[in-house]
Design a protein around this ligand. Structure first.
Ligand SMILES: [Zn+2]
Length: 78
């Protein structure tokens, strides 16, 4: 009985393993898609109608205006 079960258990483990890999791939693709969405999202500066770019400053990420330094508008990055 036990020996008959072994191939089944092996297949089961293989299946679960490949399923985890598949889901991890999907997750990575979703993350990648999310990142490209963020980087291609165009935010407009409400002060000068310039483009806001994602920048990394001393306190973390923030959106800075393309009109900097004339325009010092910034927006928090969530
Ligand atoms: Zn601006």
């Amino acid at each position: 009985m036990y020996e008959e079960d072994v191939p089944y258990v092996r297949r089961r483990i293989d299946f679960i393993g490949s399923e985890i890999c598949r889901q991890a791939d999907q997750y990575r693709q979703t993350v990648k898609a999310g990142q490209s969405v963020i980087s291609t999202t165009i935010k407009t500066c409400p002060k000068c109608a310039g483009t806001l770019h994602l920048k990394t400053g001393r306190y973390g990420k923030f959106y800075g205006c393309s009109g900097f330094p004339a325009c010092r508008y910034t927006e928090r990055f969530n």
